[in-house]
Write a protein that binds this ligand. Structure first.
Ligand SMILES: Nc1ncnc2c1ncn2[C@@H]1O[C@H](COP(=O)(O)OP(=O)(O)O)[C@@H](O)[C@H]1O
Ligand SMILES: [Mg+2]
Length: 270
């Protein structure tokens, strides 16, 4: 794997609005994400976070600029299952058990799974083991409707990790959950990330979530959608409850909040 898992180079994305207007969702966006790191994207609603993820996932093409994922185009990376995407809502198949839901992508993409395992040099993650790590061992034979929203979201995350992607893109995966569930899921996500050595690009609205999870926090501003800051989060891991209560942690939260305020103001001024 190249040292750069994601490279976004001068990307522009413009949407038509009405008959003549247009909206610049991404303006000259540059971003590099080093392999194995955890990077969060934060910014006001409408600043282009989801657009950035869709362009990196290969679901949309940029109008200018280029994107590469592990040295490939997004389409190639997606076809080779190097890329995983966790959407905001879990979207599990209602008629399949939790275990069958999370095992399905690996089954459907057996050839891709084999290639990935050869490349990563291990047997790939065992789904039952991943479910156990995510605290879902007791519900793996239940249907999605029989478990809580938090458990469904955990299952969706396990499913995404199940293909052992090099790059995992997550678009506000915890935004619908209560604070308590959210913190537990953050911990489980960090455990999976640490074990599977994936690169994660994570969109969030929450300052504390961004600081807790990330090596870097990317701050975006809208109209036009652009990156205004990239902040290094130099905190030790694992990031347990003690660290979350520390002055250092709060100082990083203040820093991100301050830059976010700048992003909001730069909107008003433009
Ligand atoms: N398919 C689309 N057509 C037109 N405008 C869009 C489309 N998708 C997003 N936009 C606009 O582009 C901007 C960025 O959207 P989005 O990436 O969803 O922002 P965020 O995820 O940061 O809230 C917003 O103003 C949004 O209304
Ligand atoms: Mg969005």
């Amino acid at each position: 794997m190249s040292a750069e898992a994601i490279r976004v180079d001068r990307v522009r994305r413009v949407y038509p609005v009405g008959a003549r207007g247009s909206l610049v969702a991404l303006d000259d966006v540059d971003l590099t994400v080093a392999a194995g790191t955890f990077v969060s994207v934060i910014g006001p609603s409408g600043c282009g976070k989801s657009t950035l993820l869709r362009v990196i996932a290969g679901l949309e093409d940029p109008d200018a600029g280029a994107v590469s994922v592990c040295g490939n185009t997004p389409a190639q990376a997606a076809a080779a299952k190097m890329l995983g995407l966790v959407p905001q809502t879990p979207a599990l198949l209602p008629w399949l058990s939790v275990l069958k839901n999370v095992s399905l992508p690996a089954k459907v993409n057996r050839a891709a799974g084999r290639r990935r395992r050869e490349r990563s040099g291990n047997g790939g993650p065992d789904m039952v083991e991943l479910l156990r790590k995510a605290g879902l061992q007791d519900v793996m034979h239940k249907l999605p409707s029989q478990i809580s929203g938090g458990m469904q979201q955990r299952a969706a995350i396990v499913r995404a990790f199940g293909l052992h992607p090099d790059v995992l893109l997550m678009d506000e995966p915890f935004s619908a959950l209560d604070e308590f569930t959210r913190e537990a899921l953050q911990e489980q996500l960090l455990d999976l990330w640490d074990e599977l050595k994936a690169t994660v690009l994570f969109v969030t609205h929450s300052v504390s979530e961004a600081v807790r999870l990330s090596d870097k926090v990317v701050v975006m501003a809208p109209r036009p959608g652009r990156i205004t800051d990239v902040l290094d989060i130099d905190l030790p891991r694992p990031r347990g409850p003690e660290l979350l209560a520390s002055a250092e942690f709060h100082a990083y939260e203040d820093l991100v909040r301050d830059r976010l305020r700048g992003a909001f103001q730069s909107t008003a001024a433009s």
